[in-house]
Ligand binder design. Structure first.
Ligand SMILES: Cc1cc2nc3c(=O)[nH]c(=O)nc-3n(C[C@H](O)[C@H](O)[C@H](O)COP(=O)(O)OP(=O)(O)OC[C@H]3O[C@@H](n4cnc5c(N)ncnc54)[C@H](O)[C@@H]3O)c2cc1C
Length: 476
């Protein structure tokens, strides 16, 4: 039954990727009443879950663009926000390697213009930093302030901090219609009507669908898929991100450690639709390009492949007040470096909404995500005394306990899918890719949420993991 809500929110944000999540967090911190709406069953299920996880230093975007300005400002804001949320961030640094000194010098100048800390390394300095590089690579740009972060944990924590401070999140919602009466928007979903003074369209790849529903500006959006290999822990001799020299198609196939100790090799940049499938052709392209940087890279250490899709709108981010519908802010083409820029995008959007000002005092602090394996021995002892499920290993590869899984099911953002648990605990991200833990995680979700085993989803609505019993449900 549809239940009309009388509350008038300051803002409805449509799209809960890192951009919508950062805006939600910022507006709540400014004391605004906000509701974040997403069609998916979790936040960060679009481009924000499938990228390189780099907090770019900001040497790459053309000076004067929004990308340059917001990347540099965002990268500055990241450390403080990550500390506040308890999200790990490591400034591992980034190298752009090549054999063309002029191109590296041009990038160096661009970095300087953008106000980024960059230096040029010669061949001996470069090869001393990274073993096993291709012999012809004789010059590099070094940006020591580049970092790595979990893009989904960052988004989840931004959103959860917003929730504990009064923000509301509605998942699994389709926006069916938007009407404006006077100064108030009515946003109808299949479950409720939401009333608000402002709307933010941060729906990423779904930007035009939402723009059409609102009646605001549609944009020409091009999709480019980026495929990756994920490498096992300890399988590459690198401790920083390594890029080739950029081309018009982007930053190229890179090698990077992840914040969880794995490595990513990719992405491709191919014209595509919104599909996140990987292809033999794309994976071969990654192998060939990665070998130009590190010829003896062993792809037998790859444990998974995935792809993310960039939504591109011209050469720069589009972040603007709608000229057609007063009270709407549009965000289109937030491709790379959108993750790095997200905190600065949130500041800019608050300003466009006329919501700037001082953040509230006495905001509640978010409990960080800490898995049992990372607790101190006294915390582990306390957990085990309180709840014996911390003594049961669910994911052998990542050493995740049943207590960890139950813990993430009881956080401020209610989740119910296997992949949502995976993004929060890493259960299923190890070498066996869920072979051991999958059914155990499904059983935990079913029990905690009062669902049948076959009602549990892998990710979004309808992605059921089973069709019914063929023998008694796994007991653990
Ligand atoms: C391959 C690749 C590599 C990248 N690497 C980096 C990097 O290393 N560093 C960096 O800074 N940036 C990187 N980026 C860019 C970065 O990932 C994006 O800029 C960022 O994730 C965009 O966030 P978003 O919130 O705008 O979009 P998304 O994360 O796509 O979020 C949009 C949200 O809107 C929701 N939505 C869509 N349609 C609707 C609808 N009709 N109703 C309700 N909700 C809807 C979706 O479910 C989704 O949750 C990369 C991108 C890709 C694809």
């Amino acid at each position: 039954m549809k239940k009309n809500q009388k509350e008038i929110f300051d803002c409805v944000i449509i799209g809960g990727g890192v951009v919508g999540g950062a805006i939600f967090n910022k507006l709540v911190r400014l004391g605004k009443s906000c509701v974040l709406v997403d069609k998916a069953s979790d936040v960060a299920t679009g481009a924000s879950k499938a990228n390189s996880g780099l907090v770019h230093a900001g040497y790459d975007p053309a000076p004067g663009t929004l990308k340059a300005k917001l990347n540099v400002r965002g990268a500055k804001l990241f450390p403080k926000i990550c500390r506040r949320l308890g999200v790990p961030l490591r400034h591992c640094g980034a190298l752009v390697v090549g054999d063309d000194r002029q191109k590296v010098e041009a990038l160096f100048q661009r970095g300087k213009q953008n106000g980024v800390n960059v230096e040029i390394l010669d061949k001996s300095q470069l090869h001393a930093k990274v073993p096993n590089l291709a012999e012809n690579l004789n010059v590099a740009l070094w940006a020591k302030d580049a970092g790595i972060v979990s893009p989904y944990l960052f988004t989840i924590c931004l959103v959860e901090e917003g929730i504990i401070n009064g923000g509301k999140v509605l998942l699994d919602r389709d926006v069916l219609s938007v009407k404006k009466t006077g100064d108030i928007f009515e946003v109808d979903t299949q479950q409720e009507s939401l009333f608000a003074r402002k709307i933010v369209n941060s729906a990423g790849a779904g930007y035009n669908e939402i723009a059409r529903i609102i009646g605001s500006e549609e944009k020409e959006i091009e999709f480019r898929r980026g495929q990756y290999f994920v490498f096992d822990k300890n399988s590459l001799p690198i401790s920083c991100t390594i890029f080739p020299l950029p081309t018009v198609l982007g930053k190229g196939v890179l090698l990077t450690p992840t914040i969880d100790g794995n490595f990513l090799v990719g992405p491709t940049s191919e014209a595509s639709d919104e599909s996140t499938c990987v292809t033999g052709e794309g994976l071969r392209e990654i192998q060939n390009k990665a070998r130009l940087i590190m010829p003896d890279i062993d792809f037998k250490n790859a444990i998974r492949e995935f792809a993310g899709v960039r939504a591109i709108c011209g050469d720069d981010f589009v972040i603007e007040r709608s000229k057609k519908v007063d009270g709407v802010v549009n965000l289109a083409g937030i491709c790379s470096p959108g993750l790095s820029s997200a905190p600065a995008i949130a500041e800019m959007v608050a300003n466009l909404l006329d919501f700037d000002g001082k953040e509230c005092e006495n905001l509640k602090k978010l409990q960080p995500y800490v898995m049992f394996k990372n607790m101190s021995s006294s915390q582990q002892k306390e957990c085990l005394q309180r709840d014996a499920s911390f003594g049961q290993i669910v994911c052998k590869c990542e050493k995740i306990t049943k207590g960890d899984v139950l813990g993430v099911l009881n956080r401020p953002l209610a989740i119910k899918s296997v992949d949502a648990v995976k993004r929060r605990t890493n259960a299923g991200m190890g070498r066996c890719q869920g072979g051991f833990c999958f059914t155990k995680v499904v059983s935990a979700i079913a029990k905690e949420r009062g669902l049948k085993f076959e009602e549990v989803q892998k990710e979004n609505r309808g992605s059921f993991v089973a069709v019914g019993d063929i023998r008694e449900e796994s007991k653990w």
